[in-house]
Design a protein around this ligand. Structure first.
Ligand code: UDP
Ligand code: MG
Length: 332
């Protein structure tokens, strides 16, 4: 990203800033969250709405949310009819956000709400995406730190070379960026990768990630792995290509062995009868099958890309021609 040159134009404070917060079984933390948000609402120099998305919580979260909404009109609650998972709940909130700058954040105060103030400053400088980069983590095990470290580096290889490292979903987006993001309706969503894909002028603010204020993580290791796997296969055709690579390797090695065996026989070597032919044929057939699967994978991969129906390109606001709204391709 460092090699991209941005043409930034300063802009006024957003006329409305939307905070979007997905919530799943957070009754223990909601009191703390709302208290922090109350303070933040006083400090933010522009109109704000807070979209609280109840992601099918099984505890009293929704009751607490409705109470908050009654007391403070800027708190708005959408309640999903069941648990859809963080990425979808976040998308629902983003769908309903009306602001011209939108911040997505977690409910557990691991994303300090006060950071929104510095994000808005960057937005005013003209940036369209301001993500929060962790420069440290408090109260998390070595194991969690190590897996998170590996996660981001592998994801960069698989998903996008620009995928920022040590960045979660906590970020501010401009309306222009969000509008494109919301056109991407794929079911398997990896929002931070999708925002990278959208492009625009992106920058960061840094923070030390605090511990969860209360309650427990909704992302135990099993779900983390699933999340990583989902992100990798929904973004990258690389896993599909693996079998092509294996296929060519095995096929090639078998063919080489065939040549070697023929050469050895011609030189008069005494080979076990049937050995070379069995080995090479098994290898050749195995290789051919893997190549076939790999080729199928290439086509399935393309179908997969097409079916997402993403816009073909996105355009910066500072282009000389007035950008047209990007079209999604019609799927017939
Ligand atoms: N969350 C959600 N739906 C889920 C799981 C989590 O909306 O199915 C919310 C959760 O309430 C929190 C955010 O997503 O606001 C991040 O979850 P968590 O803090 O448990 O994840 P971690 O920070 O441990 O990765
Ligand atoms: Mg958390």
């Amino acid at each position: 990203m460092s090699n991209t040159h941005y043409v930034l134009t300063e802009r006024p404070l957003p006329q409305l800033l939307s905070l979007v917060i997905p919530i799943y079984n957070e009754e223990e933390v909601l009191g703390l969250l709302l208290a922090r948000l109350d303070k933040l609402l006083q400090a933010i120099p522009c109109p704000v709405e807070v979209i609280l998305v109840n992601d099918g919580s099984r505890d009293r979260s929704v009751v607490l949310l409705m109470e908050a909404a009654k007391r403070e009109a800027r708190y708005k609650v959408i309640s999903l009819a069941r648990n859809f998972g963080h990425q979808i709940a976040a998308t629902a909130g983003l769908d309903y956000a009306a602001g011209d700058a939108i911040v997505l954040m977690d409910a557990d105060l691991q994303d300090p709400p006060e950071l929104v103030l510095s994000m808005v400053e960057k937005y005013r400088l003209g940036y369209d995406v301001v993500y929060a980069r962790r420069i440290g983590r408090q109260g998390e095990t070595k194991f969690k730190k190590l897996t998170a470290w590996m996660f981001y580096r592998i994801m960069r290889k698989l998903i996008h070379k620009d995928l920022p490292v040590d960045v979660g979903d906590f970020r501010l987006m401009s309306r222009a960026c969000l509008d494109v993001l919301l056109q991407m309706r794929e079911l398997h969503r990896f929002l931070r990768g999708m925002v990278t894909w959208v492009g625009f002028a992106q920058t960061d603010v840094t923070f030390v990630r605090p511990e969860r204020a209360a309650g427990e993580t909704k992302y135990p290791l099993r779900k983390m792995l699933l999340f990583a796997w989902n992100a990798a296969v929904s973004f990258s055709p690389l896993p599909l290509r693996l079998s092509l690579g294996f296929g060519f390797t095995i096929f090639g090695a078998s063919a080489l062995y065939l040549v070697y065996a023929a050469y050895a026989v011609l030189r008069g070597a005494e080979l076990v009868p049937g050995w070379a032919s069995s080995i090479t044929f098994t290898g050749l057939i195995g290789g051919a099958i893997l190549i076939g699967i790999g080729l199928l994978g290439e086509y399935v991969g393309r179908i997969f890309e097409e079916i997402k129906g993403r816009p073909l390109y996105t355009i910066n606001l500072w282009s000389n021609l007035t950008p047209k709204p990007p079209r999604t391709r019609e799927l017939s």
